[in-house]
Design a protein around this ligand. Structure first.
Ligand code: SAH
Length: 378
């Protein structure tokens, strides 16, 4: 269709008659194809979808009023039937170390937490994929909250939009950015909500919008093996694996999904993951639990297990939460563990806890309403 024809079609009034407020369409979280379908379904030409995409994801428009490349009448009509929905900010906290945490109310009910971890000239946004979590890892605060539901693609992309609003990163910066990286390491297991996670990450990677490259996105899984391959094929993002134990008997206990997908299956899937040779490595996360998984023997077994996988090992000092049944390993044990892994040729950084004062560190996330519930029933 030529531009001239597009313009003629666009002159027609939109087919908006008789829509009820409950039928408002949220344009956030639609794939490009779905947006085109929606927009042409209203009687608008296809190229308008591209413009709307640009306004939402490149310019950060929150209302149709801002979309000045659309005629006033089209903007007014769109506002009657569509929204550019963002999660509600229920609470926002800033840590002494400048880590920021939002408690967000998402469409359909429920709350999730999103965390921004700033570095000097960049920073990572830690995004949630589910309200609660089904996996019940024993050291994880989120794991004490049952799975409430999967987040929609709109809820997932919406976390990025809220963060960008807060840091004023609209339009999408070409050069350096505060929100430079994304880690799918918030509440929930992203590979158990993979359809929505994949859709959301595809939107976030789109170069005519938020435009974050797959090299700057890391998806962390506790080991839902069946979707690891899909993650590599569909998204090609960096993979992080929450290993945390080197023997099945221990891992069965502290990361119970191991009972279905044991260490061998998990590592086989890692071996098959596309890492483009050694240039991109799989990150193995390993929470340091005093007297549980932090011995020299554990470190040596870890090195033996991951032999042949382009990998790095991220050691995470255990972050305590009220009632947690573990303690963090002492510094000497962590250091010794790191040295053994490092001497075997794997980079083994110890993750500095960030935002502990506002319960924003790894494994501390939980809906505030859930915390309140526990307080009243305790
Ligand atoms: N479900 C995914 C995403 C969560 S990522 C996964 O399990 O990978 C969060 C990371 O923090 C995971 O490696 C998780 O195991 C780790 N973690 C959970 N609780 C923790 C705690 N209390 N202290 C330190 N790390 C923790």
């Amino acid at each position: 269709m030529s531009d001239t024809q597009d313009t003629i079609v666009q002159e027609r009034p939109l087919q908006t008659e008789g829509k009820k407020p409950s039928e408002m369409v949220n344009l956030v979280g639609l794939s490009r194809e779905e947006l085109i379908e929606t927009v042409t379904g209203f009687g608008l030409p296809k190229f308008r979808a591209g413009q709307i995409w640009h306004w939402i994801y490149h310019r950060g428009a929150k209302s149709f009023d801002e979309m000045t490349t659309l005629s006033k009448s089209v903007r007014a009509e769109l506002a009657k039937i569509c929204v550019i929905g963002r999660p509600d900010i229920v609470e926002e906290q800033l840590s002494q170390d400048k880590t920021r945490k939002w408690l967000l109310g998402v469409a359909g009910g429920g709350e999730v937490e999103t965390v921004y971890i700033p570095e000097t000239d960049r920073g990572a946004l830690c995004i949630s994929s589910q309200v609660g979590c089904a996996l019940s890892c024993k050291f994880c605060h989120t794991g004490t909250q049952p799975l409430v539901r999967n987040l929609s693609a709109a809820d997932i992309v919406g976390q990025m939009l809220v963060a960008r609003d807060t840091y004023g990163e609209w339009p999408s910066p070409r050069g350096s950015r505060q929100l430079s990286n994304i880690v799918m390491m918030g509440m929930g297991e992203p590979l158990l909500n993979f359809d929505n996670v994949s859709k959301a990450i595809t939107i976030i990677m789109d170069q005519e919008g938020i435009s974050i490259s797959k090299r700057r996105i890391t998806l962390s899984t506790a080991g839902y093996v069946p979707n690891i391959e899909r993650c590599g094929e569909e998204l090609g993002v960096n993979l992080a694996v929450s290993l945390h134990a080197v023997r099945d008997d221990l891992r069965d206990e502290i990361v119970p999904i191991n009972q279905k997908f044991p260490i061998k299956d998990l590592l086989d899937a890692c071996r098959r993951y596309p890492t483009a040779g050694n240039s991109r490595r799989i990150t193995f996360e390993y929470v340091m639990l005093r007297g549980v998984n932090d011995s020299e023997l554990d470190a040596r077994e870890l090195v033996r297990l991951i032999a042949g996988i382009p990998a790095k090992v991220n050691l995470i000092p255990f972050n305590a939460w009220p009632g947690a049944p573990f303690e963090c390993s002492d510094d000497a044990a962590i250091e010794k563990f790191a040295r053994i892994v490092n001497d075997a040729g794997y980079s083994s950084p110890v993750r500095t806890p960030r935002g502990r004062d506002i319960l924003a560190a790894c494994g501390q996330l939980k809906s505030a309403s859930e915390r309140a519930k526990r307080r009243t029933t305790a």
